[in-house]
Ligand binder design. Structure first.
Ligand code: ATP
Length: 362
């Protein structure tokens, strides 16, 4: 029976490749065994041949994404790249949330990981990810001058450049998202703090703009504490004092790197969830990649994908099921008997999923 007030929603599932796909398909079995009231629609082939033989998003994959409320995505090393690009830039999913929470039994390199509970909010569309690169010589007509070396990039010799683009609108909207998340977390007992970080001392135009926008938004949220760190100092503090962080707001590239570092404090990539949110769409995927080195062995840790599915359930107004799933995952680690090899166990992906279901039904 569905809880009152729930509507049936369609969810698109794109398993992706290699071990990531194995995790998604096992997690899908867990989702189907739960009374979510969601229709799960698996879309295996997302790529078609477009003009000039270039791969493009298959029409049925676009339709599957567009007709769903959200997507559960595996990971891709290329074959599903068009689908990922559509989910991200096509659907304008501008805020990537990557939570890191320690619970008893999770391995950690820290002596005292108790109380780590932070969420990185990473801007998801801009920065170095606009993917505009070229030869330094192409910049000659712009007559640019380096503020440190005093010469133009074309005079530096043979080399390449990459565009790092940060916009005011993009920074304001992701900052607003971070503060709203901090408010929600505060209502659930969180610290009520946003820390914004970037290399604004060396990149005053781009990173400076990002921090300026965060400051501007902070003034609209008087109930949330706000502080700013230079990103290298931030990296140091994530390792030395991760408990000081609640919501950590970062531009795209720093967010990508520091969220993997944060994941390393609480069990590693096999446990790291991720959700990408836009104004009217969201997709959810583990923070890890396709893990080709363990493909076909049946040992990929499904917890990262299970926790991403829990974020999807929250997004689709199924908070009680999401919270029961997170509790079951906590019990899995506390119990410690059914774990995959990456976190010190000998169990298979399927056995972990079965154990999580068992904890939910206990
Ligand atoms: P890609 O090119 O798709 O990013 P990758 O192997 O370079 O793949 P990841 O997939 O993130 O990057 O994997 C990095 C390492 O972490 C690999 O050794 C992989 O096996 C391991 N790993 C990642 N995710 C998991 C998981 N869920 N369970 C177990 N090991 C994992």
């Amino acid at each position: 029976m569905m809880a009152r007030g729930m509507t049936r929603d369609r969810i698109c599932v794109i398993p992706g490749e290699d071990a990531a796909a194995e995790a998604v398909l096992n997690v899908l079995d867990v989702m189907k065994a739960l009374d979510t009231g969601l229709d799960w629609h698996v879309c295996e082939n997302t790529s078609a041949i477009g003009e000039g033989g270039r791969p493009q998003l298959a029409a049925e994959a676009k339709e599957a994404i567009d007709s769903s409320r959200a997507t559960l995505f595996g990971a891709t090393g290329g074959p599903n790249a068009a689908a990922l690009f559509y989910l991200r830039w096509g659907k304008q999913t501008f805020a990537n949330v990557r939570p890191t929470r320690w619970s008893a039994g999770m391995p950690s390199p820290l002596a005292r990981p108790e109380g780590i509970d932070l969420a990185i909010v990473r801007e998801n569309l801009e920065d170095a990810y606009v993917l505009i690169e070229g030869d330094l010589a192409q910049l000659a007509p712009l007559k640019l001058r380096s503020r440190t070396a005093g010469i133009g990039p074309e005079a530096m010799g043979e080399g390449a450049f990459s565009v790092k683009a940060i916009t005011r609108e993009g920074s304001l909207r992701v900052a607003r998202f971070a503060f709203e998340l901090a408010l929600q977390r505060k209502a659930a007992g969180g610290a009520g703090r946003v820390t914004a970080s970037a290399k604004y001392n060396m990149q005053p135009r781009t990173d400076g703009l990002f921090i300026e926008c965060a400051r501007e938004v902070a003034s609209d949220f008087p109930d949330i504490d706000f502080d700013v760190l230079i990103v290298d100092d931030c990296a140091h503090r994530i390792v030395r004092d991760p408990q000081r962080f609640d919501v950590l707001l970062l531009p795209n590239l720093y967010g990508d790197i520091l969220s993997d570092a944060a994941a390393g404090l609480t069990g590693g990539l096999g446990l790291a969830a991720s959700g990408c949110y836009g104004a009217d769409y969201a997709y959810f995927e583990s923070a890890h990649g396709t893990a080709p080195d363990i493909a076909g062995k049946g040992i990929v840790n499904p917890v990262a994908t299970l926790l991403s599915a829990a974020m999807l359930l929250d997004y689709c107004d199924r908070a009680p099921i999401a919270s029961a799933l997170r509790d079951a995952i906590d019990r899995l680690h506390e119990d410690g008997r059914v774990l995959t090899p990456d976190v010190g166990g000998t169990a298979s992906t399927a056995q972990v999923c079965e154990a999580v279901l068992g904890h939910m039904q206990a």
